[in-house]
Design a protein around this ligand. Structure first.
Ligand SMILES: Cc1cc2nc3c(=O)[nH]c(=O)nc-3n(C[C@H](O)[C@H](O)[C@H](O)COP(=O)(O)OP(=O)(O)OC[C@H]3O[C@@H](n4cnc5c(N)ncnc54)[C@H](O)[C@@H]3O)c2cc1C
Ligand SMILES: *[C@@H]1O[C@H](CO)[C@@H](O)[C@H](O)[C@H]1NC(C)=O
Ligand SMILES: *[C@@H]1O[C@H](CO)[C@@H](O)[C@H](O)[C@H]1NC(C)=O
Ligand SMILES: *[C@@H]1O[C@H](CO)[C@@H](O)[C@H](O)[C@H]1NC(C)=O
Ligand SMILES: *[C@@H]1O[C@H](CO)[C@@H](O)[C@H](O)[C@H]1NC(C)=O
Length: 455
């Protein structure tokens, strides 16, 4: 772990927001009310009811960014390297999510999923099948009987797959059946987390509030006037602007940054050039479908991820068929790389902030290519039946062809060398981040924080 050097100076360089002394202290401050920030805040309020937990969100409500622009699939945990956080947190998160769905009546459906393979793709699903049989229960899962598989999958023949989905192409010769995959109403999930926070003793949701500046507040360098905060305090000064333009500063004893797509822009402005974290963005478009070739479809259908000289399997799972809870058919997401206007992935400029907003408008131009991808497994689907639906953006830590990249949890401290008052930055929380939301919260609190926060 590296500590952030030259923070304050870099901030003064950007100059837009002057340093403000903190006016009050909070035990936990979380930036970003996407599904991940909500899950972390919810867990903190349940676990530490007497501590103050503040969740800051720049939009007027929760989940306005990536958390409402995804496939709403509860992933089974099939695709990532066995020893990765993505696998571990997905297996655990999937179980926690199904449990929460039944306890809180969150609309969801265990549809199951078929990964369908053409002749030359058979080895790929056979490998996935073998891998799934060897996966171990992640830590903190309840003990299960030994003949229970953490991820059950079944290899099917082309005929068996077609018996389940009659409109599959004759070129599909095999399929992998994953009964644990499902779909969820992510808005209801977020509402249920929000309600827990609102009902808690020490939790507060603060909307229309954008964090604009961060400064470490080490105990040793009390050079700035801080009349309202005890000189013994340590942490992070979080400066925010509210909807009416008012600037507020607070001291966070522990800071958690779950700001999604924005998670590196300000950070990089603070870091020395050699320490900067590159961020890449991959656009994913969805299309609704009304037309022939999807008769009575009732399972999610995924092609094998495309691999080849220009595409890597970890970039995207391929343009797949998803269903919403009303049974409506949707295809997507495809994959299209975009970059900030300055092209500066390491050295963001002012114009880069939220550059991706204009990319959120879906357009017709993606449809022919999506159609070509879909007829590979559902040949009856017509181009005319597809209409642009919405667009989501993947916050990527690796460039095209960059290979597998795990979730990153980075920890910094206000006083170099002293592991108190951590700031945890969540980076690259792309798919399966929705599935992992509850297990990410568990990981952040039980694995990363508990030893470092005085409880
Ligand atoms: C195309 C696509 C499909 C996907 N499909 C699936 C799927 O089927 N299943 C699955 O499990 N996962 C899926 N994912 C992944 C999942 O959607 C994300 O991992 C998850 O939503 C990330 O949540 P988050 O809370 O980290 O980020 P976000 O939802 O982006 O939340 C971050 C929040 O921080 C706020 N914020 C940012 N900056 C500031 C600031 N300065 N001050 C205050 N607030 C700030 C933002 O407004 C935002 O609300 C998909 C992702 C994409 C892009
Ligand atoms: C944390 O949050 C701010 C505001 O969203 C963001 O711009 C910054 O880069 C994030 N990361 C760190 C480590 O400060
Ligand atoms: C889809 O399957 C149904 C049911 O078997 C069949 O009636 C229909 O003709 C098929 N459509 C296409 C386009 O294959
Ligand atoms: C779709 O399902 C319904 C009810 O299950 C059935 O009556 C109908 O024949 C099916 N249609 C096709 C094309 O298979
Ligand atoms: C680290 O900080 C704690 C409390 O803030 C303090 O008690 C301790 O002495 C510090 N340790 C070091 C090595 O500076």
């Amino acid at each position: 772990m590296k500590t952030v050097k030259g923070f304050a100076r870099a901030l003064n360089d950007t100059g837009k927001y002057q340093y403000k002394a903190p006016e009050f202290v909070a035990d936990f401050v979380i930036i970003g009310a996407g599904v991940v920030g909500l899950a972390i805040a919810q867990r903190l309020t349940q676990k530490f009811p007497r501590k103050t937990t503040l969740l800051l969100e720049r939009h007027r409500k929760a989940g306005e960014e990536t958390s409402s622009r995804n496939s709403e699939v509860i992933h089974s945990g099939l695709y990532y390297p066995s020893d990765s956080l993505k696998t571990r947190l997905c297996l655990r998160g999937r179980d926690l999510l199904y449990e929460r769905c039944s306890t809180y009546n969150i609309p969801h459906l265990r549809t199951g999923k078929l990964v369908v393979a053409k002749h030359d793709q058979r080895p790929y699903i056979e490998k996935l099948h073998t891998k799934s049989l060897k996966l171990q229960w992640p830590p903190r899962s309840p003990p299960s009987s030994s003949d229970d598989f953490v991820l059950s999958t079944e290899l099917l023949s082309g005929e068996q797959a077609k018996a389940m989905e009659p409109n599959l192409s004759d070129h599909i010769v095999a399929a992998l059946w994953c009964p644990q995959t499902g779909i969820i109403d992510s808005h209801s999930l977020m509402e249920s987390l929000e309600k827990d926070i609102l009902d808690s003793e020490g939790g507060e949701l603060v909307y229309s509030t954008r964090v604009v500046r961060l400064d470490p507040y080490p105990r040793s360098s009390r050079t700035i006037g801080t009349p309202d905060v005890d000189a013994q305090e340590e942490g992070w000064v979080v400066q925010a602007v509210t909807g009416d333009g008012q600037e507020d500063a607070m001291l966070a004893r522990t800071l958690i940054n779950a700001s999604g797509l924005s998670s590196t822009l300000i950070l990089n402005a603070l870091l020395r050039k050699e320490d900067r974290i590159p961020m890449y963005y991959a656009r994913g478009s969805y299309a609704t479908y009304h037309g022939p070739g999807v008769s009575n479809v009732s399972h999610l259908i995924y092609p094998c991820p495309e691999t080849g000289p220009s595409v890597h399997a970890f970039q995207s799972l391929g343009t797949h068929l998803t269903l919403d809870l009303q049974g409506k058919v949707r295809f997507g997401p495809d994959l299209q790389w975009i970059s900030p206007p300055s092209g500066g992935l390491h050295s963001p400029s002012e114009e880069d902030v939220d550059f991706w907003n204009k990319e959120l408008v879906p357009d017709e131009s993606r449809l022919p290519q999506m159609h070509r991808a879909v007829v590979g497994y559902l040949p009856g689907v017509t181009l005319e039946g597809l209409s642009p639906d919405y667009v989501g953006l993947r916050p990527k830590l690796v460039p095209p062809n960059g290979g597998f990249q795990d979730f990153v949890f980075r920890t910094d401290y206000p006083t170099p060398g002293n592991q108190t008052c951590p700031m945890i930055s969540l980076l690259g929380i792309e798919s399966p981040g929705l599935t992992c939301s509850l297990s990410i919260a568990e990981h952040v609190i039980e694995d990363l924080l508990e030893s470092k926060v005085s409880m």
